[in-house]
Design a protein. Structure first.
Length: 141
């Protein structure tokens, strides 16, 4: 099970994801946002597009057998972003997850993770999530 001993653990970066004009437009359409900045030859991505890329890095966390975390037992409790610049069409983005904080009590833990989204060697955004995870009672007995 995860504990404060895991704070600072990082996972390898994801394979690069190339942000395309088409995906930006699809995401904006799904949001119902017709902002012209999300269209045309040189669009930028809506800010919450970063959550899609950050979630790609969660595989390391949920695939770590030492932590025994399962997505089906997790609630995404909080999300925030720290931006350096907007994501643009053509950016090849990697995502690297780190465990920042763990507060565990009994069979429940609040886990704060940050995902650094890097493009061309620079961190474009940090996506910080707080996850609430619960294990079956017998797992903590």
């Amino acid at each position: 099970m995860i504990s404060d001993a895991h704070v600072g653990r990082t996972y390898p970066p994801t394979e690069p994801y190339v942000v395309s004009r088409e995906k930006i437009a699809e995401f904006a359409d799904a949001l119902g946002d017709d902002n012209p900045a999300y269209r045309g030859d040189a669009p930028v991505a809506p800010p919450t597009f970063a959550a899609v890329l950050a979630a790609k890095a969660w595989g390391g966390l949920f695939g770590d057998p030492e932590l025994d975390m399962k997505l089906s037992q997790t609630i995404h409790a909080d999300q925030r972003f720290e931006w350096t610049r907007q994501l643009r069409a053509g950016d090849a983005v990697t995502a690297m997850l780190s465990i920042d904080k763990v507060r565990a009590r009994g069979n429940t833990a609040f886990v704060t993770v940050s995902v650094a989204l890097d493009a061309a060697g620079d961190t474009v955004c940090r996506a910080i999530s707080t996850l609430l995870h619960t294990w079956p009672e017998e797992a903590t007995a």
